[in-house]
Design a protein. Structure first.
Length: 269
């Protein structure tokens, strides 16, 4: 065997030994990695606090990356605060009402759908026509949850928060008047009480707008009942136009139109 052949054989032998060491190292490394993953998994299962802390750190890291990328802080749970429902998930009657109101008052159908669902649920519990609730809401605020009258009637149903503050206590306080669903529930309760007290829908509406002791309610009752009638036709499947509500008759100096519960505010002031 020549010197060149001996050198080649030695080189091959050396390369083979290196390869064996390399593959053995990789094999044991993967084995150690597998053991490490197994022990880490067991530790997380046995220690929920560690798992929660790890999840929190991972979410924080992802949020920081998103902020760095687009400058907006991520908040995945924000969707849970949204007052919105997909209208296509509603029963046919409720969906028709939601789409009609959405088009007429230029409000997104998703939040309108959530209000329609809530109105129907309240109606089932209180024996109050949900379409009447929605008609009052339409006339009072045009579905603006942040509306406020000059005398302090607030929210979707324009309830006098100062007069009915006790009704908001179970919802965390008077600021809940600007939560759409809370305002809807409180307003429907006030409307129901007035209808029961006065013995008729017309009398309840006059009390709701604060015109019980006035000769003229400014056309409020007629406007609510007209909208209620349109909603009943929409709910029955009939095609109804979405023309805007007409303005109430002009107020005369001796017969001012009082907003909801304004009389009670004046008596308590």
């Amino acid at each position: 065997m020549t010197a060149f052949q001996e050198m080649g054989q030695s080189l091959r032998s050396f390369t083979g030994q290196i390869s064996q060491v390399f593959f053995a190292t990789i094999h044991y490394s993967f084995a150690l990695l597998g053991l490490a993953v197994m022990f880490a998994t067991l530790a997380l299962v046995a220690q929920p606090d560690l798992r929660q802390a790890g999840e929190a750190r991972l979410i924080s890291w992802l949020q920081n990356r998103q902020i760095a990328g687009n400058g907006i802080e991520a908040e995945p749970e924000a969707v849970e605060r949204a007052t919105a429902t997909h209208p296509h998930e509603l029963p046919k009657q409720q969906a028709a009402v939601a789409f009609w109101l959405s088009k007429k008052y230029r409000v997104a159908p998703e939040p309108l759908s959530a209000l329609v669902v809530e109105a129907y649920e309240i109606g089932d519990r209180s024996q109050l026509d949900p379409l009447l609730i929605l008609a009052v809401m339409a006339v009072e605020s045009g579905f603006n949850p942040f509306a406020q009258s000059p005398v302090g009637a607030q929210g979707l149903m324009q309830v006098m928060t100062r007069v009915h503050s006790e009704k908001y206590e179970s919802f965390g306080g008077k600021l809940a008047a600007f939560d759409p669903l809370t305002n809807l529930r409180v307003g429907a309760r006030v409307l129901q009480e007035y209808i029961q007290r006065k013995g008729s829908i017309e009398g309840g509406l006059r009390a709701y707008v604060g015109a019980t002791n006035l000769d003229d309610d400014g056309g409020y009752t007629a406007k609510v009942l007209a909208e209620h009638a349109r909603l009943r036709e929409v709910a029955s499947g009939r095609a109804i136009g979405t023309q805007a509500l007409q303005a109430p008759p002009a107020k005369t100096p001796d017969q001012p139109r009082a907003p909801a519960d304004a009389v009670l505010v004046l008596l308590n002031s």
